[in-house]
Design a protein around this ligand. Structure first.
Ligand code: F6P
Length: 594
């Protein structure tokens, strides 16, 4: 294993790991680097999988190498400054706080905006939080990656939502400092500093922002960051980018980066709401409470790993996983489920999230999306009518219960499916459950963090606990299903520019061929041909993405063809023989033949 690579080269591909250097090269974005902790996660036991996830999650708080981390004084000072701007906005009648991002970053934006609007509503104030997500509300449940590449679309959506506002705090979230959708918005804010205060939230050092040409635009993300740095010096913009270390599954920023996004935004706005009510707040102590929470959650490693095993069994047997969640815990389930198709090539039915009263509870901009089709039917009632009657023994239903009041109808109990729950109250262990993960927050929430209007800030901790556990469930289950090789998601969907180049990097990493040749193998797999015409080669990356998005096993096929230097059709046939992608790749790499 030591001879195998564990680092990504900036956007072009993975570097070969050189044991003599044993260092992560400086030009690799941390969010795209391989985490040395998880290089053997694909062959680990479920207990070990969860322990590796824990070790990596600890890095969110303990920091990574020499970089500035969450508790660095500079990070805390930036949080405080942004929070002060937010207080100022709350006091203005026409102020607005916009949180924007792509994929999980946009979904976390939605969650935070929803939660803090609720805080404002409960205290009789105007709900001034807005969220933006590339691909709009559909992207809350299903991945819509193409709009992530469009800076103009980002700008138009920002203009639309802030029309008529004179004072806007804009927080653009892009974990990798890479999303063109967010780049456009930040640039637009800088052009209009009389109205906007732009904040860039992400988890790479500024110099490792993406420096690849953005299609249909004249700037790279790095150039936007450089412009921002000038404004930061004038206190007209902020860059909040503590380093939390590489993801457990390489590049899967829904995990640690998503968690850190939630922690940072909550810290900013809890502190803001408290300041608005003249309650003193301690940013460091608030951050520390999440660090304690991480330990509280992973104290349950053995029950979490049991749940991972159940989930893995279901996926391996062709079954499904359904999350049934109450209140915002249902949203956490939906967020977790939505990333499985692009990350692991899962089908939309494999993992689904359902939430209490559906759209009524979500309070999303576009309201009821259920007419769009079955994957947009998200209420518990719809789960009971659409899913429960067809549940089989191989299916798993996980209840995300916020308190004792959560109940499901007896039909579920009569079903032969596997049943599990995550609960936060000290109820007797449900004997009807095949697995219960019970998280005891009583030692953590010693004080109601201030605002009497919000049910309890404790809900934020329940959300994060749920995120950690569900990330473990879907990551672990896909590992058990053989979708991960070492710590790389080899069956990712090639559905945007970043993922296209990530795929080229994966092929380069394992085939050791030059980048251009790896790109050709990827195109051959996308177009299912061994002869790439000049016309095909001259198309833009965005055109390749349109074709690749609808296809299955694009990357594994290209990878096998590149390693064996065989025809695309032969690579496809070899993969078909194997069923499990991990063993196919490992056999091929180890034997160079199948
Ligand atoms: O492009 C897909 C994706 O990788 C999602 O999986 C992820 O949540 C999203 O991009 C956000 O990436 P970033 O926060 O780095 O812009």
């Amino acid at each position: 294993l030591a001879a195998l690579p564990y680092i990504y080269e900036c956007d072009t591909g993975l570097n070969r790991y050189d044991p003599r250097l044993a260092l992560i090269k400086m030009d690799i974005p941390i969010t795209e680097a391989r985490n040395p902790v998880t290089t053997t996660i694909d062959v680990a036991s479920t207990d070990d999988i969860v322990q590796m996830l824990h070790m990596c999650d600890r890095e969110i708080f303990n920091g990574w190498k020499q970089y500035k981390g969450l508790f660095h004084p500079e990070t805390i000072a930036t949080i405080r400054q942004i929070s002060e701007v937010a207080v100022d906005i709350l006091k203005k009648p026409d102020g607005m706080i916009v949180l924007s991002g792509c994929g999980t970053s946009g979904r976390i934006a939605f969650l935070i905006a929803r939660n803090f609007n609720e805080v404002l509503r409960n205290s009789g104030r105007e709900q001034c939080f807005r969220y933006l997500i590339a691909g709009r509300d559909k992207a809350l449940f299903t991945s819509q990656e193409a709009p992530e590449d469009d800076p103009q679309c980002g700008i138009e959506m920002l203009k639309e939502v802030t029309a008529g506002r004179n004072r806007v705090l804009f927080i653009g979230i892009t974990c990798g400092l890479s999303a063109p959708f967010v780049a456009g918005q930040l640039y637009y804010c800088m052009e209009n500093l009389n109205i906007y205060t732009p904040v860039l939230l992400g988890f790479n050092p500024s110099n490792l922002a993406r420096n690849i040409k953005i299609e249909k635009w004249d700037k790279t993300f790095l150039q936007v960051v450089r412009l921002m740095e000038n404004k930061v010096a004038e206190n007209k913009a902020y860059i909040l980018n503590p380093i939390v270390g590489p993801e457990q599954i390489t590049g899967s920023s829904r995990m640690k980066s998503g968690t850190a996004t939630k922690i940072l935004l909550e810290t900013i706005f809890v502190s803001c709401v408290k300041a608005y009510e003249n309650i003193p707040s301690n940013i460091e102590a608030h951050l520390k409470s999440y660090q304690d929470l991480c330990e509280v959650v992973y104290k349950e490693t053995s029950s979490i790993s049991k749940l991972v095993q159940l989930a893995g069994n279901s996926l391996k047997a062709g079954g499904t996983i359904s999350y049934i969640g109450w209140d915002s815990l249902g949203v956490m389930g939906m967020i977790d489920a939505s990333e499985c198709p692009p990350t692991y090539g899962a089908s939309l039915s494999d993992i689904r999230g359902f939430v209490e009263t559906g759209y009524k509870l979500l309070n999303n901009i576009e309201g009821d999306l259920s007419p769009l089709g079955k994957y947009y039917r998200i209420s518990i009632d719809e789960f009971q009518s659409d899913i429960v009657p067809g549940l089989k023994e191989s299916d798993l239903v996980i209840l995300l219960m916020k308190d004792e009041s959560c109940t499901v109808s007896d039909i579920l109990w009569k079903s032969t499916c596997q049943k599990a729950c995550i609960s936060f109250y000290s109820a007797e262990k449900e004997d009807r459950m095949d697995c219960t993960v019970s998280i005891d927050l009583s030692n953590l929430i010693t004080e109601p963090l201030g605002n009497q209007h919000y049910k309890s800030w404790g809900q934020l901790y329940k959300e994060l606990s749920t995120k950690w556990i569900l990330n473990a469930v879907t990551t672990g289950a896909h590992i058990l299903k053989g979708k991960v090789y070492q710590n790389i998601m080899v069956d990712l969907k090639v559905s945007n520019n970043k993922l296209f180049f990530r795929a080229v990097g994966i092929i380069q990493n394992f085939s050791n061929l030059p980048k251009e040749m790896c790109q050709e193998y990827l195109l051959k797999s996308i177009y299912m041909t061994d002869d790439l015409s000049d016309d095909l080669k001259s198309l833009q990356v965005k055109d390749h993405i349109v074709k690749a998005t609808t296809m299955e096993k694009v990357v594994p096929t290209a990878l096998v063809a590149a390693i064996l230097k065989c025809k695309i059709d032969d690579a496809r046939k070899l993969l078909l023989q194997h069923h499990v992608i991990r063993t196919a790749i490992s056999d091929i790499i180890n034997n160079r033949t199948v």
